[in-house]
Design a binder for this molecule. Structure first.
Ligand code: GLU
Length: 472
């Protein structure tokens, strides 16, 4: 199989494009074939260098590699012109100055479903001659056959009067020259396919493509959001970069995107990339719209995070923070063992890499108390509880998780209060917020000096009035 991914670099790589890339890649790797990357950059205004780089970067992040390319479509202009000339010379194409209005008048005269045929002229745009007889049949693996009777098809314009070729022409010639055997792309391209097949037919009549077969086509189903409407920005992260920045893992994204329109057949949802490669076939792609639901991706991502080994997850967290969070400089200078331990105690609680720092960043440096958290948990009773905690922890000979747990649980029992009446004031004192990994683990990780220091700071900050006996 020779496949291609052919993005137009007019913006970021979106979920739909990523799915097209992934399906092509999976087929290439499943079949031991090749994937060709072609950048369709003929729209000069919108095809910027930055957009090209963005797409390449998104593919690299997704770890989807390619075997040939990137081929830049714009650089193939001389080849396109050459084939165009040959088609003109052989009479498979002709110049015509007919405008859209002329086509309309033609149809009024000959019937609305009669394909337009122009007069050959010296100048004008180039139209391909559609054969008078027969039909072009699009064989689509997912959608079955669609037959287009030639009598109904207009002679399509394949180049402007200045000789620059149009999109459907360039795609067909590029696919032919690259020996593409399978064209897998979004459903929005379905209506282009008969035109591309006609171009291919004419090119083959010239002897191009050395007896190559027509490519097999597969048009992937539309993507909807959870509300059943066409996928767009308002459904959440829309581009691959946004998914990366939101803290998703590339392997979880691959897994989830593979399921947008494809199923393994046994309801399996957690599939490693190796399994995807092994099991992926076009026959199992559905023709019904698929739903992108970020909550499912989050769930899957959390599952990948929980099952990853801690040192690998630590490396991912570090790479993620280095990329997205300026504060993570604190982390870069930290003891690697401390970082790994912070990751370990967070692993059960985070669904994305982005959630690590808000949860566990307190380990790497003190944080300001969040006013709402202090107000709720460091009032008179909270301060009282915190004083008790301080006294008990200061006594501990062994400052490990087991000892800390039994001390704090002992306090809860002794005071006959709900656990959170003890744990929340402590949590706020240590982290500035009401969320953290498990409190026993967090205390153990901070160690005795830092724990007592932060408790004292919170006591000083919140209870100076109590210290002086002044009532407010
Ligand atoms: N360049 C087109 C796009 O980005 C894809 C063309 C194709 O796959 O044939 O939508």
């Amino acid at each position: 199989m020779r496949l291609r991914f052919a993005p137009s670099p007019t913006g970021a790589l979106h979920i739909g494009g990523a799915r097209t890339a992934l399906f092509n890649w999976l087929l290439a790797r499943h079949s031991g074939g090749q994937l060709v990357l072609r950048i369709e950059d003929t729209d000069k205004e919108r095809s910027t260098k930055e957009n090209v780089e963005q797409i390449l970067e998104a593919l690299r992040w997704l770890e989807l590699d390619w075997d040939e390319g990137p081929i830049f479509q714009s650089e193939r202009a001389p080849r396109h012109e050459q084939v165009l000339e040959a088609l003109l010379d052989a009479g498979h194409a002709y110049r015509s100055s007919a405008t859209a209005d002329d086509v309309k008048v033609y149809k009024q005269r000959h019937g609305a479903d009669c394909g337009f045929r122009g007069e050959q002229e010296k100048e004008g745009a180039v139209r391909l001659r559609v054969p008078d007889e027969g039909a072009t049949v699009v064989h689509d693996v997912i959608r079955g056959d669609t037959r287009f009777e030639h009598v109904h098809l207009d002679d399509p314009v394949i180049a402007r009067a200045d000789g620059s070729v149009l999109y459907n022409f360039a795609v067909a010639i590029d696919d032919l020259d690259a020996g593409i055997t399978h064209v897998v792309r979004g459903e929005d391209h379905l209506s282009n396919t008969p035109k591309q097949l006609l171009v291919l037919g004419a090119a083959r009549a010239l002897g191009l493509g050395e007896g190559a077969q027509e490519p097999v086509y597969a048009h992937l189903p539309l993507l909807h959001g959870p509300d059943g409407k066409k996928l767009s920005k308002r459904h959440g992260a829309a581009s691959v970069q946004e998914l990366r920045d939101a803290g998703y893992l590339a392997e979880a994204v691959r897994n989830y995107i593979a399921l947008l329109g494809w199923g393994a057949g046994d309801d399996a949802t957690v599939l490693s990339t190796e399994e995807l490669i092994k099991r992926f076939t076009l026959e199992r792609v559905s023709r019904n719209p698929a739903r992108f639901d970020e909550t499912k991706l989050r769930w899957l991502n959390g599952l990948y995070i929980r099952t990853m080994n801690a040192s690998e997850l630590t490396a991912r967290v570090q790479a993620y923070l280095a990329l997205t969070d300026a504060r993570a400089a604190q982390l870069a200078g930290a003891d690697p063992a401390l970082t790994q331990r912070a990751v370990e105690i967070s692993q059960e609680k985070i669904a994305t890499l982005a959630e690590f720092w808000p949860l566990a960043g307190f380990v790497f440096g003190e944080r300001l108390l969040k006013p709402a958290a202090a107000e709720r948990w460091l009032g008179v009773e909270g301060i009282e509880a915190l004083r008790g905690v301080r006294a008990a922890l200061a006594e501990l000979a062994e400052f490990d998780q087991v000892a800390i747990a039994s001390t704090l649980e002992g306090l809860v029992e002794q005071r006959a209060v709900k656990p959170r009446e003890i744990y929340q004031p402590l949590r706020v004192a240590l982290t500035g917020t009401t969320i953290s990994p498990g409190i026993f683990e967090s205390v153990a990780l901070l160690g005795p000096e830092e724990t007592l220091r932060r408790i004292d700071a919170a006591l000083n900050h919140c209870a100076p009035a109590a210290d002086t006996g002044v009532e407010s």
